[in-house]
Ligand binder design. Structure first.
Ligand SMILES: Nc1ncnc2c1ncn2[C@@H]1O[C@H](COP(=O)(O)OP(=O)(O)OP(=O)(O)O)[C@@H](O)[C@H]1O
Length: 475
């Protein structure tokens, strides 16, 4: 029996949900304010907390980190009346288990709760983490460590895992590592790239087909689902699975039973599912492009692979690892790096993440030829000009202040008024410059902007609004 806490200022909703949770066989209590909820969470252990966003005394999403300070942090599900995709993304990035909108159907509310409770149970049963084989997964930033921690957890269970992250962040690498560390490691790891299969061929490829069932089917074909029997089926780019196939696949996931094309008999396959996507599946659900029930099935455990710009500490480690590996492969002396090489690659945003970094290192090595040291000059010109243009390198607060002073100095005499007004204008100009700078530095990402400035998200948005700046213009 698990303990659930609901923090929501809507008493009727709390009462209704609390009764529903009790009917599922768990303990449930609720409170109407954030501070009350936080002190309850610290005074007794909760497994799951359902947290509203707009509370009378604060913002739920911004308080997620306070619950994470607990010795054994609960799983947090954000429940909100005004869902927006940015809020959902931020909540998940900041460690929430899920994000649901109300009013939703009972099913839509209870399924994530059930999943979070199942996950919690697994986590308690597997409290001692197994030693992880992480061959080839490089990085020791806090973000990477937490990702590896989740990977170890996922490996020690058999639940369906969804790996979500931008392109090139290592989703496939993670999926293989989960398999390699799982009890199924001696069995096949079957990859299905959902983006590369034409819609008309998906069913035959997944479920197999009998001989002669369609033109060109000159022999019987075993499907990927069957090949994954006893092993792991990896659905890469699952967001690209045609909607017509999603229903059929849902059945396979529920019953592990499928019927090859043209066959009179159903077959069984015992596989573990891992899926990966760089799309926002929750958003696709709202656009009717992805089935909600399938999403819940494939996402019993969610792993988020962090973008490289959020873990710049890993850039040099990855680069050095890659150079050593490539030099050994080519049987040439190992190349070194000039300090300013790292300065340049650390100030780049890496939209293509680790893949782009490794490709860039390859091209720098090629440009260096036989030279033993890699210099910034060996980096692609396009990349160097982009960095130079954004002027990231030498921008100091002094520059901001000088800009602000020159703006005020340029005012016509008649606009120079009282000292109070001058001070306000100076502050406003400085504040605006500062915010524009932050927008550039963070690449328009609210989380990064909050990290750099130390401002809360609501304060940041308030200031942006005050100066008519939009973060999204900098993405
Ligand atoms: N942490 C890491 N350590 C070492 N290599 C990595 C790491 N992350 C990614 N890579 C390498 O980067 C490349 C891209 O990784 P991968 O294909 O797993 O990314 P992905 O997220 O699945 O990308 P996509 O969404 O485009 O399919 C691969 O060569 C992979 O080995």
């Amino acid at each position: 029996m698990a303990n659930v806490l609901i923090i929501d200022d809507d008493r009727v909703f709390c009462d209704f949900l609390s009764r529903k949770i009790k009917r599922l066989g768990h303990n449930s209590v609720f409170t109407l304010t954030l501070e009350d909820g936080i002190s309850m969470a610290f005074s007794r252990g909760f497994d799951v907390i359902l947290l509203d966003v707009q509370l009378p005394d604060g913002n739920g999403i911004e308080a997620i980190h306070r619950f994470q300070e607990l010795d054994y942090p609960p799983e947090i599900i954000i429940i909100t009346g005004s869902g927006n995709p940015d809020g959902a993304e931020l909540a998940i990035e900041w460690g929430a288990w899920d994000y649901i909108e109300k009013p939703s159907s009972i099913e839509a509310i209870t399924l994530p709760i059930i999943r979070a409770l199942e996950y919690r149970k697994e986590k308690c049963n597997n409290n001692t983490r197994m030693i992880l084989k992480r061959d080839g997964i490089i990085g020791s930033s806090a973000e990477m460590k937490s990702c590896l921690d989740q990977l170890a957890q996922a490996s020690s269970s058999d639940i369906s895992v969804l790996i979500q992250g931008e392109t090139g962040t290592g989703k496939e690498l993670m999926a293989r590592a989960i398999h390699e560390n799982s009890q199924r490691s001696n069995e096949p790891f079957i990859v299905v790239d959902c983006s590369a299969i034409p819609e008309s061929l998906v069913e035959g490829l997944l479920f197999g087909h009998e001989k002669g069932v369609f033109t060109g089917a000159d022999k019987k074909q075993i499907g990927l689902v069957e090949q994954a029997n006893k092993g792991t089926l990896f659905l890469d780019e699952v967001g690209e699975l045609p909607i017509s196939m999603q229903k059929a696949f849902l059945r396979v996931l529920q019953e592990r039973i499928y019927r090859p094309l043209g066959s009179r008999y159903e077959k069984e396959s015992d596989f573990r599912l891992i899926s990966a996507t760089n799309r926002q599946l929750e958003k696709m659900v709202t656009e009717n492009k992805f089935r909600e029930d399938l999403l819940y099935r494939i996402r019993s455990f969610l792993i988020h692979t962090p973008p490289l710009r959020d873990r710049s500490e890993d850039i040099s480690e990855l680069s050095m690892y890659h150079v050593v590996r490539q030099c050994e492969k080519m049987e040439i002396p190992i190349k070194g790096f000039s300090p300013d090489f790292f300065e340049v690659i650390n100030s780049y945003k890496w939209p293509g993440n680790v893949r782009e970094l490794l490709n860039t290192i390859d091209s720098a090595m090629a440009a260096a030829g036989e030279q033993p040291i890699l210099f910034p000059q060996h980096l692609p010109v396009k990349m160097r000009t982009r960095i130079a243009r954004s002027g990231l390198k030498k921008y100091t607060h002094q520059t901001l202040i000088e800009n602000s002073i020159s703006e005020v100095s340029a005012m016509p005499d008649e606009s120079v008024g009282t000292y109070k007004r001058f001070r306000e204008q100076l502050l406003n100009a400085g504040e605006k410059h500062y915010l524009l700078r932050i927008c550039k530095l963070s690449g328009g990402h609210a989380k990064d902007a909050c990290k750099i400035t130390g401002l809360s998200q609501s304060r940041l948005y308030f200031l942006m609004q005050k100066h008519g700046i939009s973060l999204s213009d900098f993405k």
